[in-house]
Design a protein around this ligand. Structure first.
Ligand code: AMP
Length: 407
């Protein structure tokens, strides 16, 4: 089944057209800088030269039209008719407590996504804008919402409750939700398949290390704890996000720096993390190259990042009473042998031994084992594919809705 995956940010629309039966990417692309003087449009189609051009694109709705025109244009011959697309899957970051799984989008679902605006102000509003633009352009096709939070619905109360008055949870649903669910789910599934392990008897720790980063403990196939919390700001230090802080620091900063709440929000989300510590960059490649030239602050940012990985991975061994595999994924996890090595060195006590040669030779884009033969715990690099999870879920939900129409 041909499924279109849409991932909308505040000024971008990313898309993937995926054939779910054989899990192949037919075409993918992005419209960036929507609303700016010149938006950037990129399309990559299997077996063809990538296409990149500038065009004025004022809204998410115009971006969707641009994408559909490309897919439908007779010279590109990607699809003949809009009805070739059987499902549209939308990435929605925050599903609150309501959504345990992917759902067919109707007015009630849209209202629930809107109700979660306060919980994910940077993500849910553009996600909903994307849904509305896509529904307008593809009105007769089922649209499905796939939530970043859904995989973490299995978290037990002792993992999701914060130490604050319980009425705040009851009134405002303040609790840990967890994010990057489709990625943690995907790489754990790949591990069970590759190693032929029964998921019910397997414990894994998945490290999604990109600009945003989170680590999840998955016991018997279910997420039992994860580092991100009420919002994607908490847990380990990230590109520009602070990760966990002593909450008293916030009162202290507001007082000492005379900051408004919105400036504090922006500082913690956009100016902190690796960028904040290094004072130089949020991008790990830049930090590594500058640290090699002796920059102490860039080295400290790398040290903090790796220490956080070690700390959370170790604690999840205790949470699950042991672990079969640690899996690295996303931009940094898939591409940086240095970070993988530094994060998991001196962990032989827990049964983790990295093989330096295998680690250095792991090819980006392919699944590789990087632990030594004597390591009790498998350490693997597994490329993530969140879009495929969204496409498959969208196809499943769309087929089910199609069948129920006949009942
Ligand atoms: P993502 O958000 O998954 O696209 O990941 C982006 C992060 O991956 C950025 O910090 C990049 O610097 C980092 N990254 C990509 N390639 C490499 C690499 N070869 N070595 C280190 N970090 C990398």
């Amino acid at each position: 089944m041909l499924a279109l995956v849409i991932n909308c940010g505040s000024s971008s629309v990313k898309y993937n057209l995926i054939e779910t039966t054989d899990e192949t990417d037919v075409c993918r692309g992005i419209v960036e800088r929507i609303g700016a003087d010149k938006s950037i449009v990129k399309h990559e189609t299997a077996g063809r030269k990538p296409l990149k051009y500038n065009k004025v694109i004022a809204s998410h709705s115009e971006a969707l039209h641009e994408i559909m025109n490309y897919l439908l244009s007779p010279e590109n011959k990607i699809i003949d008719d809009i009805s070739d697309i059987k499902a549209v899957g939308h990435r929605v970051v925050h599903g609150g407590e309501m959504f345990k799984e992917s759902v067919l989008i109707d007015d009630v679902v849209k209202e629930a996504i809107e109700q979660a605006f306060d919980l994910a102000p940077l993500h849910n509003p553009p996600n909903l804008r994307g849904i509305e633009a896509a529904q307008e352009r593809l009105p007769d096709i089922p649209h499905v919402a796939v939530f970043d939070t859904a995989f973490h619905h299995s978290l037990p109360p002792h993992a999701y409750l914060y130490g604050i008055p319980n009425r705040l949870y009851r009134r405002h649903k303040i609790r840990k939700y967890g994010f990057h669910g489709t990625s943690h789910y995907y790489v754990s599934q790949q591990y069970y398949k590759l190693k032929e392990k029964p998921k019910s008897q397997t414990n894994v720790i998945t490290c999604h290390l990109g600009n945003g980063a989170s680590i999840t403990a998955i016991k018997g196939g279910e997420s039992v704890d994860t580092t991100m919390g009420f919002t994607p700001l908490s847990g380990m230090v990230m590109g520009t996000r602070s990760g966990d802080l002593d909450p008293s620091i916030l009162f202290y900063i507001v007082e000492k720096e005379e900051l408004q709440l919105n400036s504090l929000h922006s500082m913690l989300n956009r100016k902190s993390g690796l960028l904040g510590i290094s004072g130089y960059a949020s991008d790990m490649r830049d930090l590594i190259s500058k640290a090699k030239n002796g920059d102490r602050h860039c080295q400290q940012a790398i040290d903090v990042f790796c220490y956080h990985i070690k700390k959370y991975v170790s604690s999840y061994f205790g949470v699950m009473n042991g672990c079969d595999a640690v899996i690295f994924t996303a931009g940094i996890g898939e591409n940086s042998p240095l970070i993988r090595k530094k994060a998991l060195e001196n962990m032989e006590y827990l049964g983790i031994e990295i093989d330096e040669k295998k680690n250095n030779e792991a090819k980006p884009g392919t699944a590789s084992i990087i632990s030594s033969d004597s390591s009790k715990v498998d350490v693997m690099v597994i490329p993530t594919n969140e879009e495929l999870v969204i496409a498959i879920d969208a196809a499943k939900v769309a087929s089910a809705s199609d069948q129920s129409a006949w009942i």
